[in-house]
Design a binder for this molecule. Sequence first.
Ligand code: CP
Length: 361
Amino acid sequence: MKRSVIDILDLTTAEIDALLSTAEDIMDHPKEYAERCHGKKLATLFFEPSTRTRLSFEAAMYELGGNVLGFSEPNSSSASKGESMADTARVLSCYADIMAIRHPMAGAPYVAAQNASVPVINAGDGGHCHPTQTLADLLTIKRKKGTLENLTVGLCGDLKYGRTVHSLIAALARYTGTKFVLISPVELSLPSYVKREILDGQGICYRQATSLEAVLPELDILYMTRIQRERFEKPEEYERLKDSYILTADKLTKARKDLIVMHPLPRVNEISVSVDKDPRACYFLQALCGKYMRMALILKLLETADKDVEPFAPSVIFDTMQCQNPTCITAKEQELSHAFYPVNEENGIYRCVYCEEKVIR
Ligand code: CP
């Protein structure tokens, strides 16, 4: 299989740092990159709505001199006739040199990467992860704070379904001195695989809070997120929680002068428009950084696209065990093998390779 980016941890810290440098070089010398992907094609396979990710991927490929093909909603593809993710990936490999996939089911880009003969980039899979948003976030932080180290990062809102948060925590946990403040209603707290395996597992300093106002003065970064209506099983639960956090210009008077306010966007009402004119608001810069980081990533993956890499980390298949997560790609595509990776074999704890749901054997 080809080198793909399905999870932010598929990139080493050195590779992320190199991507940041490339993106900044592209910003400074765009003409030098204008023909670097001449004759190459990017396929954007978006099974779920998107403004920033799809269009910044497309802008990125055009600005590198390449071309783009794809679809922006599943009903215009043969997925609506029941075509599997594996077959879609095999077919698109005949037409494109690299592909970016967004899908509502966790693990769909992983399935694509296992079956494609070109690099696959995860453009967001369900409530699971969103590695290229993290690349955008890291470039924004580097440009505004000058460093990725020794930062106190408040993550606020829907930490359960907010896939950008999961990927950002995994990335920032690798940088020295990062501290996290996890601000959410109890019902929307961070999934256990992020809390246990990334934060506890790596001894990262973090604490949980329910009041944004109480913790705001101590933050270097406030990363706001939308309550993800489309991921709720019960609409009444969304209605109850949707206004949990609303950042206003008035609340920001309690924050540091050098705070940066981030949001992956789209926003609903969790950041008042009155905040937009505050110089600490960085969310539109994030959208711009996304294009440059996606340019850098496309270049990197195309450089090695003629080489094969080892398949993903070893996994095991148990005849009797199935992932029970209804939003896992295995729930939709039932011919897929249910495969798991070990977390704590002694205690029989494994996680689904597609969605990271915990199973106990
Ligand atoms: N941040 C983000 O993923 O935005 P879109 O859903 O518009 O792509």
